[in-house]
Every structure is written in structure tokens, then in C-alpha cells.
Design a protein around this ligand. Structure first.
Ligand code: AMP
Length: 215
């Protein structure tokens, strides 16, 4: 499958994407995960991206497109991909369209995960993430806590609150989403690719997406 997942920060794109990869071997491509790994490794991209990310601002389109051009041509994308957190702006969506045309591939569907605002806020403030850049498992201190000593149940690394999950950065990320990313909903509606899905439980959402792929 070739899917774009849209949705506000905290809508559960990462969790849904991970579950979808189990369906047919498509890979999850999370620009946020790639950028956090780059920051941790201190690469040139990471150094350039960090200040934007810590404030909850978007990283410039030029950096994102350079990174995604490479990523989408990797061998593991042949069986399909789930784009999680990309595109985030209209220019990124337009560049993606051109890139896919050049590569001779098409998107199956763009799924917009709809989640009520109070649920989003609660999720973002209670979310914790595994600090191991190769794992980045997502926890929730209320509904899915890490081990008692605050470690990841998958890889054992410390589970942390991300720098961009302070209250101030969260508010900024939500504003940035409304201003820059929400317009993608009507962009993809016009392209005839959009499917809105009310998303409260990730497993149910996955089933709805699978059904949408067959319609
Ligand atoms: P996420 O984990 O998807 O919420 O991404 C974390 C942060 O990485 C965002 O707040 C942005 O600073 C940056 N980021 C991730 N994806 C993109 C993108 N497609 N365009 C610009 N910035 C991005």
C-alpha cells in the first residue's frame, strides 16, 4: 500500500502506521523519527533541524524534500510505504506529487485521522517516547506506561518526554498544524485521494483503513 497519514500532532499517526506495516510489509516512513535520529547522531541535517523541532516549528521544506527524495527511493519502499508526518505543507505535497510522478508510482489513499481536540491534548501531555532512536516506541503514562523504572518494554532504553512535548511547544505545534498542515485536507480532497476517518482506537482505525483500500 502507498498511503499518506494526515492528522494533528497526537492523532496517533505513528501508532496506526506501525500497525499497518504488519499488514503487507509496507514500511513506515516517519519524518519526525528520521529527524530525531539525525539530531541524536549529530549529522548536518540534525544540527540544522534541531532548533526548529525544539520550538515546535516545521523544519524548512528544502531540507525535508532532500531527505525524502532519498528515502522514497530506498529498496525497502518497493513493497509500499506509509508516510507518517509528511507532507506537512502544500509545497511539500506538490513536490511529493512531482517526485512520485518521476518515480512512476501513485498514492492509493490519503487518510485524515480525525481526533477531538481534548483527546489530542490529553494524549500529547501524557505521551512518552523511547529514547533509543532505532526504537522510538510510544508510551502513555496513563494507558500504556513503560516499565516501573521508566524503561522501554521493547529495548530497555530509558523512556523520556520529548523536548517538543513541553506545554509551550505543544501549543506551538498545534498552531503550526492548523496553519500549515490542515490545508492539505482540502488539497487531497481536490486530488480525489482523501478519506476522513474518525480515529479513537488505533486497531479499529487500521481496520477502517484496510477497508478503504479495498473500496
Ligand atoms: P512528529 O514526530 O511527526 O510530530 O515531528 C516532530 C517534529 O519534526 C515536528 O514538530 C517538526 O519540527 C519536524 N518535522 C517532522 N516532519 C516534518 C515535515 N514533513 N516538515 C517539516 N518539519 C517536520
Amino acid at each position: 500500500m502507498r498511503i499518506v497519514l494526515l492528522g494533528a500532532p497526537g492523532a496517533g499517526k505513528g501508532t496506526v502506521a506501525k500497525l499497518l506495516t504488519e499488514h503487507d510489509g509496507s514500511v513506515q516512513i516517519s519524518t519526525g523519527d528520521i529527524l530525531r535520529a539525525a539530531v541524536k547522531d549529530g549529522t548536518e541535517l540534525g544540527v540544522q533541524a534541531k532548533e526548529y523541532m525544539d520550538r515546535g516549528d516545521l523544519v524548512p521544506d528544502s531540507l525535508i524534500m532532500k531527505m525524502m527524495e532519498e528515502r522514497l527511493q530506498a529498496d525497502d519502499c518497493e513493497r509500499g510505504f506509509i508516510l507518517d508526518g509528511f507532507p506537512r505543507t502544500i509545497p511539500q505535497a506538490e513536490e511529493l506529487k512531482k517526485l512520485l510522478e518521476r518515480l512512476g508510482i501513485a498514492l492509493d489513499v490519503v487518510v485524515n485521522l480525525e481526533v477531538p481536540k481534548d483527546v489530542i491534548l490529553d494524549r500529547l501531555t501524557t505521551r512518552r517516547t523511547c529514547s533509543n532512536p532505532d526504537c522510538q516506541a510510544i508510551y502513555n503514562i496513563k494507558s500504556n506506561p513503560p516499565t516501573e523504572d521508566g524503561r522501554c518494554k521493547i529495548c530497555g532504553s530509558p523512556v523520556i518526554q520529548r523536548d517538543d512535548e513541553t506545554e509551550e511547544a505543544i501549543m506551538n505545534r498545534l498552531e503550526t498544524y492548523n496553519e500549515k498542515t490542515a490545508p492539505l485536507i482540502s488539497y487531497y480532497e481536490k486530488e480525489g485521494l482523501l478519506k476522513n476517518i474518525l480515529s479513537l482506537k488505533s486497531q479499529e482505525t487500521v481496520e477502517k483503513i484496510k477497508a478503504a483500500l479495498h473500496t
